[in-house]
Design a protein around this ligand. Structure first.
Ligand code: SF4
Length: 328
């Protein structure tokens, strides 16, 4: 019995029903995905050595990645792109089963504050800064009553500390006065808070309230353009276009996986193409280092055996926690 290609890929590795999702938005002939075929007898899923340790779910492997893509990438139909995009998402889900937000937080308020602080700095620097901040101001009421100069000193390591202090005191006062000291769980309310844009709101909704959201940061935008999922530069337009490719249920985890890949392998300046498991699916293969040995040296965080960004990572994180500020 012949199998419909759509049905054949209807259930992804991550359990998401894909083939009939209206996000595909296109009817038509389904062509074989020539560009995504792997070299015979090779698996592109395991070229990256995982750190030794507790919960790396895949065995380490040293297979060399040979991309079928590269500079000869051919134009593809919308449907082929959607299928390729979903395949990349499934590969990323296998590569980063432990993907998570890389900001330390214990409640929605802490996540909101940490996300505001993360503008123009690294999550690591924010994580190293927030323990003292939350010890001093554990609630919106406490933060709204802060002496600006004292808070500025606490968050100085994150940069733009005067503007961030103003935002944090302002948003804390708004939470206290308008929302009973609670972080609201609606996008429309969140974006009205001082210093809170759509990206911050989506981070909070997706990770503190379980509301699906696509977070377009610098990594996400760079990677989805490299993968030709979109050509848009404006984050809101990127978000809108990516939302048509994936079902809502995938949005939050997709965001984490893409950002994980951008931080660990597909770097802005020197992507580690030669150690990238999704090279056969990538139109930008060859933009970075293709020599497997040299590429492996470019891997970061748990992929490169280095500490992660969170001081308190989730239990399934296979790498090491980040050091406290000044400890390393
Ligand atoms: S590292 Fe980035 S650019 Fe290179 S193959 Fe992987 S996804 Fe593509």
């Amino acid at each position: 019995m012949s199998k419909s290609p759509v049905r054949a890929q209807a259930k992804g590795a991550d359990g998401v029903s894909e083939g009939r999702d209206s996000a595909v938005g296109e009817q038509g002939v389904i062509r074989p995905e020539k560009a995504t075929k792997r070299p015979a007898g090779k698996s592109a899923k395991k070229p990256v050595e995982r750190p030794e340790g507790k919960s790396a779910r895949k065995p380490a492997a040293k297979a060399t990645v040979k991309a079928a893509a590269g500079s000869g990438w051919k134009p593809e139909s919308r449907l082929a792109m959607v299928r390729r995009a979903r395949k990349i998402n499934r590969e990323l889900a296998e590569l980063y089963p432990y993907a998570h937000p890389e900001l330390d937080f214990r409640n929605p308020f802490e996540l909101l504050v940490a996300t505001v602080l993360s503008a123009q700095t690294t999550d690591l620097r924010v994580n190293q800064t927030t323990p003292a901040l939350f010890a001093a101001y554990p609630t919106p009421e406490d933060m709204a009553a802060a002496v600006p100069e004292e808070m500025e000193e606490l968050i100085r390591p994150t940069g733009f500390f005067r503007a961030k202090t103003k935002s944090l005191i302002g948003l804390s006062a708004a939470l206290r006065d308008n929302y009973g000291g609670e972080v609201p769980g609606r996008l429309a309310d969140l974006v009205k808070l001082p210093g809170v844009g759509r990206k911050t709101a989506n981070v909070v909704l997706g990770n503190a309230f379980g509301v699906p959201g696509i977070t377009v940061d610098t990594h996400f935008g760079r990677l989805v353009r490299r993968w030709k999922w979109t050509e848009q530069e404006d984050p809101e337009k990127v978000e809108a276009e990516i939302a048509t490719i994936f079902p809502k249920s995938e949005w939050t985890m997709l965001s984490h996986r893409v950002v994980f890949h951008g931080r660990r392998i597909c770097h802005a300046r020197k992507p580690a193409c030669g150690a990238c498991p999704i090279a056969p699916l990538c139109p930008a293969y060859g933009e970075g280092e293709t020599d497997p040995e040299k590429a492996r040296k470019l891997l970061k965080y748990e992929m490169g055996g280095q500490p992660g960004q969170r001081l308190s990572p989730p239990a399934d994180y296979p790498g090491r926690p980040a050091p406290a500020l000044g400890a390393g």
